[in-house]
Design a protein around this ligand. Structure first.
Ligand SMILES: [Fe+2]
Length: 387
């Protein structure tokens, strides 16, 4: 084979190598492990990705069997053959899942979808970059961190009574306040949220990544207006800091209702709405949900979409989740690569139907690192339509 062909094969090998290590890291980060332990595993992943090119080019390409200098692939040592096979399977899986993702249809319950992209940096007269970490990252060209995508899904769930027609829910998730994305950006999102006049506002966690900014919550979340209620849960990043303090400020100072590990009942035009929440596996336990009557509309807030199986078993009508940020940095044609879930990139973002449960996974509003590529921050709006 020519040097060019062998170079391409080595490149494909490296792509499979990266896929294996990122898929493994995604599963690692789905666990409720201390940050130090997660960081240790991430350094193994970073090292593996960095070592890949010199090892493959140096060892396989130039030394044994030296495929870039006329060597024969068949003379490659047996352990390398095994690893090459694993990487080939990884690459095939990546290609297969990327194609499936592109071909996937929206669940039938989602009868309308609209996306409105607003360049909030232009509105604010420049990128609203504050004094937090990674400011240079926020200034990178092509970074979509300050472009907000307001998505509106109209959904029709089986058995939904006519009283629910037009009922609207706005979901905030993954604020990751670090100070780098300035408060003005979040205040603008509050204004946009209030212009929608939601019936229900929910927040599905990862509020804080810098504890000194916990006082921003009353000025941002606290100013969101919703006719019926404002309900929240926390996420894994909150758990890594001071969840009790974040919870207290969000309830006492911002005036939101904590639904973590429990279920509250609300009423809308005589119809029962149950809002439940789960922060599992990081905190607490799943809410205990009783058998549901047909008239009740049951909503579950779950930080991670990994809880979809539990939701489907508990007659939940709609799950709103975040956590995976849509991958945050997506590759052209391939899509998301990093998604801290035991399902990998499957539930990175979008809408999914599991049995009679519909789940919407938002890309979230921000991230610990202020970098987004082909993956704009999302403000999620749901409008119900009676069946
Ligand atoms: Fe997050």
């Amino acid at each position: 084979m020519s040097v060019l062909t062998n170079s391409l094969l080595l490149l494909a090998w490296y792509a499979g190598h990266c896929e294996l290590w990122t898929a493994w890291l995604n599963r690692v980060y789905a666990n409720a492990w201390p940050r130090g332990r997660l960081d240790r595993w991430r350094r193994w992943h970073d090292g593996a990705l960095l070592l890949g090119p010199p090892l493959l080019i140096g060892w396989i390409g130039l030394w044994q069997p030296g495929v870039l200098t006329g060597g024969d692939w068949l003379r490659m040592a047996f352990p390398w053959k095994i690893y090459a096979g694993c990487c080939a399977a990884g690459l095939a899986s990546l290609v297969f899942h990327s194609i499936c993702r592109r071909l996937r249809r929206r669940p039938r319950a989602v009868i309308g979808y609209d996306s409105q992209v607003l360049d909030l940096a232009a509105r604010l007269g420049g990128r609203p970059i504050g004094k937090g970490r990674h400011q240079q990252m926020a200034r990178l060209p092509c970074n979509q961190t300050f472009q907000l995508d307001i998505t509106t899904r109209t959904i029709r769930l089986p058995g939904l009574a006519k009283e629910w027609d037009g009922f609207s829910i706005v979901q905030w998730t993954d604020l990751h306040l670090t100070g780098t994305v300035d408060r003005r950006w979040f205040e603008t999102v509050v204004e946009l949220t209030n212009q929608m006049e939601p019936d229900l506002a929910v927040c599905t966690g990862d509020l804080i990544d810098e504890m000194s900014l916990v006082d921003w919550l009353p000025e941002t979340l606290g100013r969101i207006e919703a006719r019926l209620a404002r309900c929240f849960i926390l996420g894994n990043h909150d758990w890594h800091y001071q969840p009790d303090r974040i919870r207290q400020v969000t309830t006492d100072d911002a005036g939101w209702t904590d639904v973590a590990g429990r279920c509250i009942a609300l009423e809308h035009h005589g119809q029962r709405l149950e809002v439940a929440g789960t922060e599992w596996p990081w905190m607490g336990k799943h809410p205990e949900l009783k058998p549901k009557s047909d008239e009740t509309f049951r909503l579950l807030l779950s930080h991670t979409p990994d809880n979809i199986g539990m939701a489907a078993n508990q007659d939940v009508d709609l799950v709103l989740a975040g956590h995976n940020h849509g991958g945050q940095v997506c590759l052209p044609l391939i899509g998301p690569v990093y998604s801290p879930s035991r399902f990998g990139i499957r539930y990175a973002s979008g809408d999914f139907q599991v049995d009679s449960t519909l789940m919407v996974v938002s890309r979230g509003l921000s991230g610990r690192h202020p970098m987004r590529f082909l993956c704009r921050p999302e403000l999620t709006r749901i409008i119900l339509q009676a069946s």
